[in-house]
Design a protein around this ligand. Structure first.
Ligand code: SF4
Length: 496
């Protein structure tokens, strides 16, 4: 069958000459090999050199885009700074408003002079988390993180696996990894916690925005920060209609923010600007009538003069690139061990490579498909994968107890729209578990078998959690409601 099917571990891990070392899934909780090269020359066109190269470029680009760090502002001049009078007025108004209205957030708790480094660590963790999602979501993650690693020294002792587990569900997992690597760097250094933007930016994972936040909030350095909230407020204050993603315009926002930052209270001022953007000067419903800087706001003044102008025209909305689509077939492999009289089976989890997208995270066995494929093609791909990876082969090493499609859903990454097909394959091993996963030829895969209880409690990505929910719902005889964040279209299918 001519097909464009590309068999790969989800999403860039391609099938190859992997075999599995002997492992008793009951007694050995995890098995570690080199997981980074599960590749195959699979089917037809995908193995052509030109196609391969294109695909690699596409995947690399997607990874870079998906896990992109903060934009670095570059080049250009600005003609329209704030006047001294405007600057003074904005500083005063914003700081007064912030003092009276700031939200009570755990990372804002002030520390005494001797605890500046502790504050810097807290600001660092919170700022990285806040780049992922809303404050409300971050609060829980932040509390759990600080409970487990209250200081940078505690974090530096952690393993990547622990960090990944803690980060599970936040997305952009590379940022969690960089926090760990950055903490190790700082602790290993001789100079203590870097306390200026220039030295902070040498730490892994700290870009100009995070460095500015730490330096101004924890160490009182008069430097600006520019995030999405700040851009929105500045664009409205100055009625800037240029594309904020444009490098020249981006640099101008940094210049404006640098001009405004209050030299005596830089941390509070930066937070006040961000707080205004997060609470009053919001994307679609700004509360201009309650805004402390409305009298300095050019967009507001224009909107009062001309009813066809809205403050929400600023900043210019940038049309997002259409996400690319791909398809993924997930096989939840449940192994029954009747010899040991267990009620439920154990599930195989595979560890992703330590580099690239979702590095080092656990997932169910899966293959990536270049295009939408029918059931037979998907199963064929999964069968090949399971045979190569685990020597699970019907009629030879195992008996299929049941095999059911559980449905499908769409998972949205930043730049990828992934349709995920899910099936549950329950097998009993021929000759018992001793015959499982034997004679692994090379050490290229890390995997483990876990019970359903462990699955429910371990840190898993949101897509893997969704798959697990489908399995649980299936076992309980119910269906899973689609996840609103991803508009999952989960459909039950007939037993086959
Ligand atoms: S007046 Fe309105 S648009 Fe201008 S900064 Fe305040 S909330 Fe934003």
């Amino acid at each position: 069958m001519a097909c464009l099917l590309r068999v790969a571990r989800n999403p860039t891990f391609e099938r190859s000459t992997v075999a599995s070392k002997r492992q008793d899934p009951e007694t050995i909780p995890s098995f570690h090999c080199k997981a980074s090269s599960f590749r195959t020359k699979t089917m037809s066109q995908s193995s052509a050199p030109g196609e391969k190269l294109k695909r690699k470029r596409r995947e690399k680009k997607a990874e870079e885009e998906e896990e992109e760090e903060e934009e670095e502002p570059i080049g250009g001049d600005i003609e329209d700074l704030f006047s001294d009078k405007e600057t003074q007025k904005i500083r005063m108004s914003l700081l007064d408003w912030y003092d009276a209205n700031q939200r009570d957030l755990p990372w804002r708790k002030r520390k005494n002079e001797s605890e500046k480094e502790r504050r810097a660590y807290e600001v660092w963790v919170s700022e990285i988390m806040l780049q992922q999602t809303r404050v409300q979501t971050v609060l829980e993650y932040y509390k759990r993180w600080m409970h487990k690693w209250p200081t940078i020294y505690d974090l530096a002792q952690a393993s990547l696996e622990e960090v990944n587990e803690m980060w599970a569900g936040l997305g952009y997992y590379r940022r969690g990894r960089f926090l760990l690597e950055g903490a190790k760097m700082v602790v290993a250094g001789k100079d203590g916690f870097p306390n200026q933007v220039s030295s902070l930016m040498k730490v892994k994972g700290i870009g100009e925005y995070t460095a500015g936040a730490i330096a101004s909030i924890a160490f009182n350095e008069a430097v600006p920060v520019v995030d999405g909230n700040v851009i929105r407020v500045l664009a409205r204050l100055k009625a800037i209609s240029a594309n904020p993603k444009d490098r020249l315009t981006a640099r101008n926002f940094w210049k404006l923010a640098a001009q405004l930052v209050d030299p005596s209270r830089p941390g509070d001022f930066n937070q006040s600007l961000m707080e205004l953007g997060a609470t009053l000067c919001t994307v679609s419903k700004p509360s201009c009538s309650s805004c402390p800087v409305s009298s300095q706001c050019r967009a507001y003044s224009l909107s009062l003069e001309n009813r066809t102008i809205s403050v929400t025209n600023y900043p210019t909305k940038v049309v997002k690139a259409k996400p690319r689509c791909d398809f993924c077939s997930v096989c939840v492999l449940e192994i029954l061990n009747l010899e040991r009289n267990q009620s439920g089976g154990r599930f195989v989890l595979v560890k992703r490579p330590e580099e690239g997208l979702l590095a080092g995270l656990w997932e169910f066995p899966s293959v990536i498909l270049d295009k939408e494929a029918g059931l037979a093609t998907r199963r064929n791909a999964i069968n090949l994968y399971l045979k190569d990876a685990f020597q699970v082969e019907p009629k030879k090493t195992c008996t299929i107890v049941s095999r059911k499609e559980l449905g499908e859903f769409v998972h949205i990454f930043t730049h990828i729209r992934r349709k995920v097909y899910v099936e549950l394959l329950v097998v009993q091993l021929t000759g018992g578990t001793d015959n499982l996963f034997k004679n692994q030829a090379n050490d290229t895969l890390t995997w483990k078998c876990v019970g359903s209880d462990a699955l429910s409690t371990m840190g898993l990505t949101s897509a893997v959690r969704k798959v697990n929910s489908m399995v649980k719902a299936h076992k309980q005889g119910s269906s899973v409601a689609p996840d609103s964040s991803n508009r999952a279209a989960i459909s039950r299918k007939r037993r086959i």
